[in-house]
Write a protein of this length. Structure first.
Length: 128
């Protein structure tokens, strides 16, 4: 009589699900985590490129704005010139007397953005 209950108990144990993960489940989880981490790295690289480009553009606009303010504050005479600034900025400006009472000021700045050269152009008419 004792054999029968032991046989039933061992049968119940074999029906219980085994705990843990299979090798395939672990591999799939690792691949999913790997893809997620790679996408985060790619997004970080893109943000760094855009931030660098934005800083270069801001420096170019600041240089052009300062040049326009300096030309507008000076005498009403025609002038032109070029300059090289920090961060690889190249600037060309001109001030032309359009009429006896108006000075047309033009400034263009070429700057290096990631993977390309870009430019910013500012124009302003100054009353004399």
């Amino acid at each position: 009589m004792r054999l029968l209950p032991r046989f039933r108990a061992s049968r119940r144990r074999s029906r219980r699900p085994k705990r843990g993960f299979t090798l395939i489940e672990v591999l799939v989880a690792i691949i999913i985590l790997h893809i997620g981490l790679l996408s985060l790295v790619a997004a970080s690289a893109m943000l760094v490129r855009r931030t660098t480009g934005t800083r270069a553009e801001a420096a170019a606009l600041e240089a052009a704005t300062q040049r326009l303010e300096a030309l507008a504050a000076g005498p009403c005479v025609a002038s032109a010139g070029t300059a090289a600034g920090p961060f690889g900025l190249r600037e060309e400006w001109s001030a032309r007397l359009m009429s006896l009472a108006t000075l047309n000021v033009h400034d263009s700045v070429v700057f290096a953005a990631p993977f390309e050269s870009r430019f910013a152009v500012l124009r302003m008419a100054v009353p004399c």
